[in-house]
Design a protein. Structure first.
Length: 61
């Protein structure tokens, strides 16, 4: 599953185990970016990951 900064508006991600669906309503513009002057990351304490039922959610085709 891509990190949140790679997800695009109206994409739907689904859990293949329980069927939960998440629709991207707003794109993330912070995570995965670096400030050119300091080369620091966006400040997230850990990588953005979207898991459900112990597995990564998948982009619905």
């Amino acid at each position: 599953m891509p990190s949140c900064n790679e997800m695009k508006i109206n994409e739907v991600y689904i859990c293949e185990s329980c069927g939960l669906e998440l629709k991207v309503m707003k794109e993330c513009s912070e995570c995965g970016t670096q400030t050119p002057s300091t080369e620091e990351s966006c400040g997230c304490s850990h990588g953005c990951s979207f898991d459900c039922c112990g597995s990564p959610m998948k982009l619905q085709s």
